[in-house]
Design a protein around this ligand. Structure first.
Ligand SMILES: Cc1cc2nc3c(=O)[nH]c(=O)nc-3n(C[C@H](O)[C@H](O)[C@H](O)COP(=O)(O)OP(=O)(O)OC[C@H]3O[C@@H](n4cnc5c(N)ncnc54)[C@H](O)[C@@H]3O)c2cc1C
Length: 449
């Protein structure tokens, strides 16, 4: 089998012209992994995906996959083997009658939101518009409006996938249900290639507003304890998050910012929903306050893109905890104050219980408190200082950790990161489903230390 001849899209081998630029482009993070696939195939069609998998099997090459390249640790880029880049597979068709969309894996949140908005529809998009749905949905997807929409993978009705044997299968809750279960949470260790998702769409909220209160970082204990209290009083359609980092509009000041994003049917409803938030007893201590600013998914994406800008080097790690955020965040304030880069931050929220109760998904929410640390910097000379800072900060919180979120876990930090991103039962079930669908290990396993 001559792979290049059978493909519609291009293929580049290690050592050939263009290889290094393409390898680097596989990862959105400015910090590129020192790992080198033998071959990179840029699939131009779903048929190319099948052809590449069949070729890899016959050549004894392990297969890695990439949709949008947003995995922080570049898990798609491995040493040796064949990397299938799906970035050209970004078509999306909306069916307004069934309120579903058929979307290929490289469709990004911003484009999906724009395509749906015209029909008055929406989806639990990830917080940054540049994230592709492929790796995001496979990981579970912690997106906007989680109290109402739940993790995004709950809104996946069906997938089409190319298996390790090079066959195309359709999976939903009735057909190939075990692979469908795994596709909703296994993340960067999934053992097939999803080429298409059928998404269940939601009504676009008619009114979205953001409110944000910034307090001096030394007030973190009081602010967190208020945020935990108010979160319990707010309706599910209010998404509350805390950010420890540099104060907005005040580059020299560190702050803790509490943000409430409200998704509602009318401006009146947003105002009612946020009454408890506006009654903040600490308001007098706020450095800045904004209330009920009208937003769209476009402006929400703009806000997130400013915090996680392109062309930066980023190290990230996550943890779930069964402890209250009040126990988790104050001990991190000194780390945030001393971060080598002013762009670094710690983000936290209280994950709402999934609507409709616990569903049978590989996605594992291992606690209600969720904390993510991000070291964000630009100068390669500062790599060590920033990665060391991130590890030290997350190590401080580690004794309170119940596990990790697979989408943003620092997988190379410890061999246990992937296993500890799932309940023990889910991890065992994932191994069993993998053994059934990929018995010869055609697909790369989780990236490890
Ligand atoms: C700026 C930024 C913002 C983010 N915001 C959020 C957020 O709000 N919520 C959240 O939950 N996560 C968020 N993430 C994390 C993100 O969801 C994951 O990194 C996810 O993997 C990105 O998807 P991708 O397709 O770009 O991944 P890629 O880097 O392309 O792929 C990562 C891995 O996923 C697997 N994979 C990807 N596509 C396929 C496929 N089609 N079939 C089989 N396996 C596949 C492969 O194992 C691959 O190695 C964010 C990341 C970034 C960089």
């Amino acid at each position: 089998m001559e792979l290049g001849r059978d493909l519609q899209g291009p293929l580049v081998r290690r050592g050939e012209a263009g290889y290094e630029a393409l390898r680097a482009a596989m990862v959105w993070n400015g910090l590129k992994p020192e790992r080198f696939p033998d071959v990179i195939v840029q699939a131009a069609s779903e048929r190319d995906v099948r052809t590449a998998v069949r070729f890899a099997r016959s050549a004894g090459l392990r297969v890695a996959v990439r949709s949008g390249g947003h995995n922080w640790v570049g898990s798609s880029v491995r040493d040796g083997g064949l990397l299938i880049d799906l970035s050209r597979l970004d078509a999306c068709a909306v069916d307004t009658t069934s309120a579903t969309a058929s979307a290929q894996s490289a469709v990004r949140g911003r484009e999906l939101a724009a395509a749906l908005a015209g029909h008055g529809l929406a989806f639990p998009f990830g917080h940054c518009g540049s994230v592709a749905i492929g790796g995001y949905l496979l990981s579970g997807g912690l997106g906007w409006n989680p109290g109402v929409w739940g993790p995004a993978c709950l809104s996946v009705a069906e997938i089409e996938a190319v298996t390790a044997s090079g066959e195309v299968v359709r999976c939903d809750e009735d057909e190939n249900a075990d692979l469908f279960w795994a596709a909703r949470g296994a993340g960067p260790g999934f053992f097939a290639i999803v080429t298409r998702f059928r998404l269940r769409l939601s009504r676009l909220p008619a009114a979205i507003t953001t409110s944000a209160y910034a307090f001096p970082l030394p007030d973190v204990a009081d602010v967190t304890s208020w945020a935990v209290e108010v979160a319990a009083a707010l309706p599910p359609a209010v998404e509350l998050s805390l950010t420890l980092g540099t104060a907005p509009q005040e580059p020299g000041t560190k702050a803790v910012v509490v943000t409430a994003v409200c998704f509602a049917d009318s401006a009146d409803e947003t105002a009612r929903s946020l009454a408890a938030f506006r009654a903040c007893p600490l308001a007098g201590r706020a450095l800045t306050r904004s209330d009920g600013r009208p937003a769209t998914f476009g402006t929400l994406f703009d806000g997130s893109d400013a915090l996680w800008p392109e062309h930066h080097r980023v190290a990230a790690d996550t943890l779930w905890s069964t402890r209250d955020l009040g126990a988790l965040l104050p001990p991190l304030a000194d780390d945030v104050a001393a971060a080598p880069s002013g762009k670094s931050l710690v983000l936290a929220n209280i994950a709402p219980a999934p609507p409709g109760g616990a569903a049978d998904l590989a996605f594992s929410m291992l606690g209600r408190s969720y904390v993510v640390g991000y070291a964000i910097w630009q100068d390669p000379a500062h790599d060590q200082a920033n990665t060391r800072w991130l590890r030290a900060t997350m190590d401080r919180a580690a004794p309170q950790s119940a596990g990790h979120y697979i989408a943003e876990a620092d997988l190379p930090a410890a061999a246990s990161r992937s296993r500890r991103s799932f309940t023990p039962e889910t991890w065992e079930r994932l191994r069993a489903v993998r053994a059934r669908w990929d018995p010869e290990g055609v697909f790369q396993p989780y990236l490890e230390a």
